[in-house]
Write a protein that binds this ligand. Structure first.
Ligand SMILES: Nc1ncnc2c1ncn2[C@@H]1O[C@H](COP(=O)(O)OP(=O)(O)OP(=O)(O)O)[C@@H](O)[C@H]1O
Ligand code: SF4
Ligand SMILES: [Mg+2]
Length: 326
């Protein structure tokens, strides 16, 4: 499978503070990759960097190679804003947690969807309307005609979320980035939207980067998972391998904080002690060491763990993973 997106040593800072450190990962066509980790680990920062939407206060180093629909491959970090605009909403689309971030309050929903469609898939007006209705149905909008003539404020939060998803999907992107897209939706609608994403990736080979705190959803839809802690990917691999045999104590901790998903019999919820460190004051060595039950003084607080393969396609950043397994 060709990679739709591949980052190399992606490093992001705000002022003097680095919040993302040398991230290298790729997503193949048709693949759903989940990015998980506690609040503040850097997930949205990574997502925004792929979209070129971090703003001027951010410094970004490394590379982000995108394979476009037109066959060309480019490093997004070297492109001028004018070319990035042509790529956003065409090869790349993003669903934000907050729908008002991408809906314009002064235009009707119909105008916003058809405008997005017309930019990248020119077609006659009547066809635009038919396609807009189809998209709204695909995200489970019950009365799509009424929705087309509504303004954003006339819709419920869940409806706005679904309209935004419809707009993101309208251009049939090569890569869809979904940053906690379904948190505001009830379970039935969430399932319907996940089905829609599955269908699109089967039909169009769309790749998906899915950011969520919902490990149950990750298990359900992701082919691979990237676990992020303090701006680094600390474990990655096929979803079943990572959840079936987590090798980084942090991943195991995340799972223990959601035991119902992973244990056959009821077990106690065990939150990970302590907090995510402030990126301006990262602990030396393994950034997780102050919270890790396996931390070894003199070792975990001095050497920075590098990614190591612990099984095919499964990588872990932990100095002690072999001893812990044994
Ligand atoms: N524009 C910014 N300026 C300065 N610091 C920022 C900026 N955006 C994010 N950060 C910092 O970068 C770190 C990572 O934030 P980010 O929003 O990427 O985390 P996240 O993993 O998406 O968290 P959540 O799960 O809560 O959405 C945090 O410490 C945050 O305070
Ligand atoms: S390197 Fe040490 S502190 Fe970090 S996760 Fe592994 S055992 Fe824990
Ligand atoms: Mg976020």
């Amino acid at each position: 499978m060709v990679d739709v997106i591949a980052t190399q040593h992606l490093t992001i800072g705000f002022g003097a503070t680095r919040v993302v450190h040398r991230l290298s990962f790729s997503i193949a066509a048709g693949e759903v990759v989940a990015l998980v980790g506690e609040s503040g680990s850097g997930k949205s920062t990574v997502a925004l960097s792929l979209m070129g939407l971090l703003g001027r206060s951010a410094s970004v180093e490394g590379s982000i190679h995108l394979s476009r629909k037109n066959g060309e491959t480019c490093d997004l970090l070297t492109l001028p804003e004018r070319r990035l605009r042509a790529i956003r909403g065409n090869d790349l689309a993003m669903i934000f947690q907050e729908p008002m971030a991408s809906l314009d309050p002064i235009y009707r929903i119909g105008a916003q969807i058809t405008e997005a469609l017309a930019v990248h898939r020119p077609m006659p007006q009547a066809a635009l309307r038919t396609e807009a209705l189809r998209l709204l149905r695909s995200v489970a909008i019950a009365n799509p005609e009424a929705c087309l003539s509504a303004y954003p404020h006339q819709l419920s939060g869940g409806q706005r979320q679904r309209v935004m998803i419809a707009i993101a999907l309208s251009c049939q992107p090569r890569l869809l980035i979904a940053d906690e897209p379904t948190t505001a939706l009830d379970a039935t609608i969430q399932a319907q939207i996940i089905d829609q994403l599955r269908q699109l990736r089967a039909e169009t080979g769309m790749a998906v980067l899915f950011i969520t705190h919902d490990l149950g959803l990750v298990r359900e839809i992701a082919d691979r998972v990237l676990v992020m802690y303090a701006g680094r990917i600390v474990e990655s691999g096929p979803t079943e391998a990572v959840f079936g045999a987590p090798r980084m104590p942090y991943t195991a901790g995340l799972m223990r904080s959601r035991p119902r998903l992973f244990a056959e019999t009821p077990v106690r919820i065990e939150p990970i002690p302590g907090n995510v460190p402030n990126p301006a004051h990262l602990p030396p060595g393994c950034a997780f060491h102050p919270r890790c039950a396996h931390s070894q003084p003199g070792r975990c607080d001095s050497g920075t763990p590098e990614p190591e393969a612990c099984a095919p396609g499964h990588q872990v950043c932990c100095l002690r993973w072999r001893e812990i397994v044994a």
